[in-house]
Design a protein around this ligand. Structure first.
Ligand code: BG6
Ligand code: MG
Length: 219
């Protein structure tokens, strides 16, 4: 395998907790009940779609103008948490994996739905390890559409079948599978059922073995 595409939120950093706090604040302002279980539905989902889910939970109707304002409000709150992030927030095993891939000359890409991806990679001090960054500013279709991963592979100049995708969301695993890439789920096997393989976190992943693996259609 030659191209390694990382999702960001839930794979490299645990930012779901900050997204939750920021959405929760907006929900309270709007009088909508919003639990940590509800937050599961927002993982891997774009900002716009996340707001739609939140409004549907509270049966709240809104104008486009209001939606824009609320998303901006949520993002400002979210960025308050992001601005306090540092290298300690990179999840266990991620940095050694990135370093090893770099040493071996593999292509490393980010494939994230977030429009805040670059600032998070900068804050955590790992942006220099990425050859390619494709984020929420570059795509028109959200996961499970494969666009984000297809673009990342193109920019890495690696065939899709020689790409590995690391993802924590069901939508992201579906996107990787549709793109014809090897999908590695980070999380629970009973949730990420469609993934080619699932690991609880990066400390359990044998990067050398992945590098030695044949392209997906030759397995
Ligand atoms: C995804 C997260 O990576 O990015 C979602 O899993 C989030 O929860 C989405 O809504 C968009 O993020 P942002 O930072 O552009 O609001
Ligand atoms: Mg994710």
């Amino acid at each position: 395998m030659k191209g390694f595409i990382f999702d960001l939120d839930g794979v490299i950093v645990d930012t779901a907790k900050y997204h939750f706090l920021a959405w929760k604040k907006l929900a309270e302002d709007l009088g909508i009940g919003f639990t940590i279980q509800d937050n599961e539905r927002l993982k891997g989902v774009s900002r716009t779609h996340s707001l739609e889910i939140l409004l549907a939970l509270g049966n709240v109707e809104a104008t486009e103008e209001e939606k824009k304002e609320w998303m901006q409000q949520k993002n400002e709150d979210y960025l308050r948490y992001v601005n306090r992030m540092d290298e300690k927030e990179v999840l266990p095993g991620v940095l050694p994996a990135l370093r090893l891939l770099k040493k071996k000359g593999a292509g490393i890409a980010l494939g994230s739905a977030s429009k805040n991806a670059r600032i998070i990679l900068e804050k955590t001090g790992i942006i220099f390890l990425f050859d390619v960054i494709v984020d929420g500013n570059d795509v028109s279709e959200a996961k499970p559409d494969p666009e984000v991963f297809v673009l990342a592979a193109e920019q890495l100049d690696v065939d899709a079948t020689a790409c590995v995708v690391f993802e924590d969301s069901v939508a992201g695993i579906a996107a990787a599978n549709t793109a014809g890439m090897l999908s590695i789920g980070i999380g629970e096997a009973d949730v990420l059922k469609e993934a080619d393989r699932v690991f609880p976190d990066f400390t359990q992943i044998d990067v050398e073995a992945l590098l030695a693996q044949s392209p997906k259609n030759n397995q």
